[in-house]
Ligand binder design. Structure first.
Ligand SMILES: [Zn+2]
Length: 404
């Protein structure tokens, strides 16, 4: 399955051109034998990585791009976002910063505004966020529904999301909408039945927010099972608001990822370590809700595969910036910069079960970025600084700024 097909400013087709990027300070490929190389070059051909090695040995190509000593690394794979919505919740952010607790119920505010918004408005908002992401090095993005919560609006939002990415996720089980608070069983039946029927054609994944104030483990099991029976892969939101059985349930259900993992027991960590379920860490949420940052060191030392994602959404994490998440992971979560970058590239690809993105081995999709910095450590060392000068999407130059 191919990954993100994001529309944007595209130069002539990659199929007819080859590009060599040379004069690279540090090239990070995640190749198993030589994961990084100094003074390097890389060649993209027909949208794929065709060669990499010493800059002095680089072959000629149709187009040459001088990295000016900058770092080249894989484009980020953002495995968790909620980009289809309308409205602004900056007032909630401000009151949380003043001490109010985050509650899942704030989602209903965005639901009300998103239902009223036109397709054009929702798509314009999501597309603008994709451009923001791209300028910060993201080349693959997963997008969830979850602000429609009716058959019509969930299907509408997934249809819009599927024009932006192939990694679409049906999240009808985000919260119980206001009109069903007195009969949540009826809402669960709707999600598993008519809503799933309408949404499955536009979705690759199904997700459930399994937490206090959202869905119980029993409801989650039923909804995920219904989605899997329709051929959708499983993902979960779990352990965001407190310890629960959500993480172990995700492992038991064979979910590709369980995201948040803010509150983990030792049993949860052991369950993840013995599984193929990826722990998706979303430090923008901890930043924006004042919950404690995840101790990623504990997960990495136990052998858990970790992904780092933005969770870009208007309530609990309104950042589109993976570099910001990397800086938080290094400052607050016990990760080295290389581990954080790997989690935002290879880890994201593992979370989405994509084999040809998140690295720059020969044969990978030519999704890459050039930094105006000599190495990837600057992503954490220079927080908040726009370092990405160039992004390649399937070998095609997509975003270019001029380094000073
Ligand atoms: Zn989320």
């Amino acid at each position: 399955m191919s990954s993100t097909a994001i529309p944007g400013t595209a130069l002539p087709s990659a199929a007819t051109t080859s590009t060599v990027v040379d004069n690279i300070g540090v090239l990070l490929t995640h190749d198993s034998e030589k994961p990084e190389l100094a003074n390097a070059a890389i060649v993209f051909e027909n949208g794929r990585v065709a060669w990499w090695g010493a800059s002095a040995d680089s072959p000629s190509a149709d187009l040459r791009v001088d990295a000016h000593g900058g770092c080249v690394l894989p484009g980020f794979v953002d495995s968790h976002s909620h980009l289809v919505f309308a409205g602004d919740r900056s007032d909630e952010f401000e009151s949380r910063m003043a001490g109010r607790r985050y509650e899942a119920g704030g989602i209903r505010r965005t639901v009300a505004l998103s239902r009223e918004a036109s397709d054009e408005e929702l798509l314009a908002n999501a597309s603008a966020l994709i451009v923001e992401m791209r300028r910060q090095g993201t080349t693959t993005v997963e997008i969830k529904s979850g602000y429609g919560l009716s058959v019509h609006d969930e299907a509408r939002m997934l249809r819009l999301a599927s024009t932006l990415t192939s990694e679409t996720t049906f999240l009808g089980a985000h919260v119980v909408p206001a009109e069903f608070v007195d009969d949540r069983a009826a809402y669960v039946r709707l999600v598993m039945g008519e809503m799933l029927d309408a949404c499955a054609p536009h979705s690759r994944w199904i997700d459930v927010f399994c937490d206090d104030g959202a869905f119980t483990e029993e409801e989650t099991r039923a909804i995920i099972g219904a989605g899997q029976a329709r051929g959708l892969g499983a993902r979960m939101h779990g352990a965001q608001l407190g310890e629960s059985g959500a993480v172990q349930l995700a492992v038991e259900l064979g979910a590709a990822s369980v995201d948040h993992c803010t509150y983990l027991s030792d049993v949860d960590v052991d369950a993840l370590a013995g599984s193929s379920t990826v722990a998706g860490l979303l430090p923008g949420v901890e930043f924006s809700t004042k919950h404690p940052f995840v101790d990623a060191r504990r997960l990495l030392d136990a052998g858990v595969t970790v992904a780092l994602a933005s969770d870009c959404n208007p309530g609990s994490s309104f950042t589109s910036s993976i570099p910001f998440c990397i800086a938080l992971a290094v400052r607050e979560m016990g990760m080295t910069t290389l581990e954080a970058v790997a989690a935002a590239t290879l880890g994201g690809a593992r979370s989405l079960r994509l084999a040809d993105v998140g690295h720059l081995r020969v044969g990978a999709r030519a999704n890459a970025q050039i930094l105006d910095a000599p190495n990837y450590r600057h992503l954490a060392y220079r927080p908040g600084v726009p370092l990405v000068t160039t992004v390649f999407l399937d070998g095609v130059l997509d975003v270019v700024k001029h380094p000073h």
